[in-house]
Design a protein. Structure first.
Length: 275
């Protein structure tokens, strides 16, 4: 039986990957920080799909924890066939902020961990079939702050890894979702009601399309037609227009964010990030 390792597999998009992979017969290794949520997710998935679920409580901003997850991926006795680098979180720190702690934390979780775990998977899957799915964001094509910059890194990294692994049986797919209904916005302090309703997608559709595209060997996956169209415009509009749109999105979020009133002068100077 094949085994998939999903980071951030207890909530939102990651939990939906776990659910759909379990339904198609994969055994699972779930990685997240909260051990209680990991245990209840594992229990539910085992009860619903009858598959084996292993859990690793790890904070992917911690280098020792990332190394522990990488070692699990490279455990040749219990091979991982599919890696989903999904864990991530929004943050609202200005690029010019003197304190770069939040930037370093975000980079460690959304870029460094993706690099280390992706490399571990590529080595472990060498000489056999394997799949690496990285969750980026449509913000890859925007200029909406540090989160967008991190996700642009994930997209470029994934395409480069696909090039590096050309001629092997390891597929790499990077997924660029638009807005998805998960806990992400609440955790990032972004009010969902500030976003137009028609733009929302559900994790079920995002994951179904991502898995389909990965099976087809597609390297860049933008789930749902409406976001493919928006992605096309973001890639083909003049850069100045993209920056103007990005400024509009960022300032709209600043006005809408509840943390503006709670966060004082510093946060009101920050640009809010969307997913
Ligand atoms: N929702 C959107 O609109 C949207 C759009 C585009 C892209 N994305 C991306 O999709 C991915 C999943 O987001 P989501 O919307 O599903 O968010 P979510 O519902 O908040 O879930 C995040 C998951 O990641 C885990 N996680 C967060 N920080 C972690 C850390 N430091 N170490 C280990 N695990 C960590 C969380 O569990 P613990 O808290 O227990 O660690 C949770 O399982 C992220 O990369 C996000 O940037 C989201």
């Amino acid at each position: 039986m094949a085994t998939a390792l999903v980071t951030g597999g207890t909530s939102g998009i990651g939990a939906e990957f776990a659910r759909q992979l379990a339904a198609s017969g994969y055994d699972l290794v779930l990685v997240a920080r909260n051990p209680d949520r990991l245990a209840s997710a594992a229990e539910r998935l085992h009860a619903d799909a009858g598959i084996n679920v292993e859990t690793i409580s790890a904070d992917l901003s911690d280098r020792a924890d990332v190394a522990r997850v990488a070692a699990r991926i490279e455990d040749a006795e219990h091979p991982i066939d599919l890696l989903v680098n999904n864990a991530g979180e929004g943050f609202r720190t200005a690029l010019a902020s003197a304190d770069v702690t939040a930037h370093e934390h975000a980079f460690d979780v959304m870029c460094r961990a993706v690099l280390v775990l992706g490399g571990a998977a590529a080595r472990a899957m060498s000489g056999r079939r394997g799949t690496i799915i990285n969750i980026s964001s449509l913000q890859t094509y925007l200029a909406t702050g540090a989160y967008a910059a991190n996700k642009a890194w994930v997209t470029a990294y994934s395409q480069s890894l696909a090039v590096e692994l050309r001629g092997t049986e390891i597929g790499v797919t990077v997924v660029l979702p638009g807005w998805v209904r998960t806990e992400w916005h609440e955790r990032a302090g972004v009010r969902r009601s500030s976003l137009p309703g028609f733009l929302w997608t559900q994790p079920e559709a995002v994951v179904r399309i991502a898995l389909r595209d990965a099976r087809r060997g597609k390297v860049v996956c933008i789930p749902t037609v409406r976001y493919r169209v928006l992605g096309w415009f973001a890639r083909h509009l003049p850069n100045a227009a993209v920056r103007r749109i990005s400024a509009g999105i960022s300032s709209g979020r600043d006005e809408a964010s509840p943390s503006d009133s709670a966060g004082g002068a510093e946060s009101s100077a920050m640009k809010a990030d969307t997913a």
